[in-house]
Each structure stands twice: as structure tokens, then as C-alpha cells.
Design a protein around this ligand. Structure first.
Ligand code: ATP
Ligand code: MG
Length: 341
């Protein structure tokens, strides 16, 4: 192209487990695509979690916070959250620190990849800063533990507005608020009140409410009845993994954590320690997160180019990773996408 080269400063957190492998693949693909469209990336790379603690004595180094503050955009691989004790989730801490209240997760089949549910196209909008994920827990007396479920009018209203404004802008027809307000009458009741109030301002978008346990059954029976799912933090976490199965599993589904000021793009999956370091991980989920990032920074041409190359590799079906029925490794898959570019 004749246009001047544009450079984007992006904070890169490779993560741990399969993180370095999938982010290495994604960086290579983005560099290649950018070279073709006149876009370059200035990656500011940081460790987080146990790796960062070993090197700097901090789980989230100050320099990483500052980098995200300055660049406003980060691409993030998974960072392991220890089960039970240990440190608080790095993923949750970053989302709260930058007030990234919308977690946007599109669930859409890739062409050429057969699943039991062809043609799914739904979006999960997950509240990202409160609920049981606030991590406000304590042992009241030995043998009795408590976790505080925090739901606020502010948090519920802004996530509802995000979902409805998205639906309006992109022509989505229907929003289901997913809840358990029959049992959690006060917290989920407040969430629904806020969603209803916001819904009233968007008469062109159909609004409905489903209880979360029924939703699990409904999704497995007929996911096509859903368009946009609007939900709280914990239900959104669980429904995301469930919905990933429609499109081929956790190796596929991307995510964007969006706030008013900053955005962090990361896959739905975690660090998958069982397959880490084995050249087995599917980088598609992080790559599709990177495509969302490219659209966010107004690089639609590069986003389209990467999307087309990714779709070409799936349509050909010869260089896929094990999780989606192929026999290729992470690197070979990334090379196939690069070749398709
Ligand atoms: P978290 O608590 O961080 O959400 P999780 O317990 O949900 O983590 P994941 O790390 O997301 O677990 O992975 C669950 C399983 O899914 C892994 O053990 C792995 O087999 C598979 N998996 C996840 N991501 C990928 C990927 N990118 N490619 C291939 N398989 C994957
Ligand atoms: Mg998970």
C-alpha cells in the first residue's frame, strides 16, 4: 500500500502454561499481516503471575500497570490462577484495576470446522468486575466460610447498557438476561431490575429473562434461540465454557475485556497446563481475540486479512491442531495461517 506505516504500541502479556506458545504464534501472524497492510506493532512485553513474582517480587509488576495505562490496549495470554490458596487471580485483578467491566465473547462457528452445532452465532456479555468474583471471602469460624456476592446498580446498569447499545449498533435482535433471581432475590433481583430499565429504552431489541440452570439445558437443546446473553460474572464464566463446545471448544473462543479507557484482549481459555510446552495448543482463540483487538484499534483491513487467512486454513482443514481433530502442532498451524496470508 502507499499509505504511511502506522505503528501501534501494545502491551503484550504472553502468560504461562500454553500462553507463550499461543502468543508467539499470534504475534508472528499479526506481524506478517501488518507487513502487508502497512501496520506495525511495538510490543511492550511483560510477565505476570508466578513468573513475574519470581523475577520482580510482584505478581503484577508496576511497570506492567503503567504500560497498560499508557498504551490503553493489551493482548494477554492466560496466566495460571492457583486453586485454593496462593495469590488472587491475575486475570480478575487486571479487570478490576482497569475497570474493564464488559467481557465480550462472541461464539461463532468457523467455516470448515464441523461441530455438533453448525451455524451458531451468539454473544456472551459478561459483567466483569463484581459478583462472587469480587473474591471477598473469609472463614467466619473454623468450618464455616463465606463469600460475598456483590451486585450493584451501577455495575448492572452499565453492563446492560453495553449489551443493548451493542445490539442496536450491530443489529442484534434479542437479549436474554440470565439469572437466578428466584433464589438470589436481592442480588440477582437488582441485576434484573437494572436490565429491565435499560431494556425499556431499546424497544427494537427483544428482551427476555432465563434462569441460569434452565439456560444450560436450553443451550444444549437449542442454542439457536439465543442471540445476545447478558449475565453476571460467575454465570458468564460457566456459560462461556459451555458455549465454546458449540464451535469446537476452548481453543476457539476469543474475548475482549472492555472499559471506558483501556481494553485487554484475551482468550476464554486458561493456561491448560496439561498440554503446555508440547506444541499442542490451539492459538485460534487468542488469534481471534487479536482480531477483535485490531478492530478496536481501527485496523479493520488487517483484521479482515487475518480473519480470511484463519478461515482459509480451517476450510482447507489440513493443518489443524489436535483439539479440533487435526494432527498438527501450534507452530505448524501458525505457519499455515502465515502462508495463507
Ligand atoms: P481457568 O480457570 O483459567 O478458566 P480452566 O480450568 O477453565 O482454566 P483451561 O486452562 O481453560 O481450564 O483448559 C481446560 C482444558 O481445555 C485444558 O486442560 C485443555 O485440555 C483444553 N484447552 C484449553 N485451551 C486450549 C487451547 N488453546 N488449545 C487446546 N486445548 C485447550
Ligand atoms: Mg475456565
Amino acid at each position: 500500500t502507499t499509505e504511511a506505516k502506522r505503528t501501534h504500541k501494545i502491551t503484550l502479556i504472553p502468560g504461562d502454561g500454553i500462553g507463550p506458545e499461543v502468543s508467539g504464534a499470534v504475534v508472528k501472524i499479526l506481524e506478517t499481516a501488518g507487513a502487508a497492510t502497512g501496520v506495525s506493532f511495538d510490543w511492550h512485553t511483560y510477565d505476570a503471575g508466578a513468573d513475574a513474582f519470581a523475577k520482580t517480587g510482584e505478581y503484577i509488576p508496576k511497570a506492567l500497570y503503567e504500560s497498560i495505562e499508557q498504551n490503553k490496549v493489551a493482548l494477554k495470554g492466560p496466566v495460571t490462577t492457583p486453586i485454593g490458596g496462593g495469590f488472587a487471580s491475575i486475570n480478575v485483578t487486571l479487570r478490576k484495576k482497569f475497570d474493564l467491566y464488559s467481557n465480550f465473547r462472541p461464539i461463532k462457528n468457523l467455516p470448515g470446522l464441523k461441530t455438533n452445532y453448525p451455524g451458531v452465532d451468539l454473544i456472551i456479555v459478561r459483567e466483569n468486575t463484581e459478583d462472587l468474583y469480587a473474591g471477598l471471602e473469609l472463614m467466619i469460624v473454623p468450618g464455616v466460610a463465606q463469600s460475598l456476592k456483590i451486585i450493584t446498580e451501577k455495575g448492572s446498569t452499565r453492563i446492560s447498557k453495553f449489551a443493548f447499545e451493542y445490539a442496536r449498533k450491530f443489529g442484534r435482535k434479542k437479549i436474554h438476561a440470565i439469572h437466578k433471581a428466584n433464589i438470589m432475590k436481592v442480588t440477582d433481583g437488582l441485576f434484573l431490575d437494572c436490565a429491565r430499565k435499560v431494556a425499556a429504552g431499546f424497544p427494537e431489541v427483544t428482551y427476555a429473562e432465563h434462569i441460569v440452570d434452565n439456560t444450560c439445558m436450553q443451550l444444549v437443546m437449542n442454542p439457536y434461540q439465543y442471540d445476545v446473553i447478558l449475565t453476571e460474572n460467575l454465570y458468564g464464566d460457566i456459560l462461556s465454557d459451555l458455549c465454546s463446545a458449540f464451535v469446537g471448544g476452548l481453543g476457539l473462543v476469543p474475548g475482549a475485556n472492555l472499559g471506558l479507557d483501556c481494553a485487554i484482549f484475551e482468550a476464554v481459555h486458561g493456561s491448560a497446563p496439561d498440554i503446555a510446552g508440547k506444541d499442542m495448543a490451539n492459538p485460534t482463540a487468542l488469534l481471534q481475540s487479536a482480531i477483535l483487538m485490531l478492530r478496536h484499534i481501527d485496523e479493520a483491513e488487517t483484521a479482515d486479512l487475518v480473519q480470511k487467512a484463519l478461515e482459509a486454513v480451517y476450510t482447507e482443514g489440513k493443518t489443524l491442531t489436535k483439539d479440533v481433530g487435526g494432527t498438527s502442532g501450534t507452530k505448524a498451524f501458525a505457519d499455515a495461517v502465515v502462508a495463507a496470508l
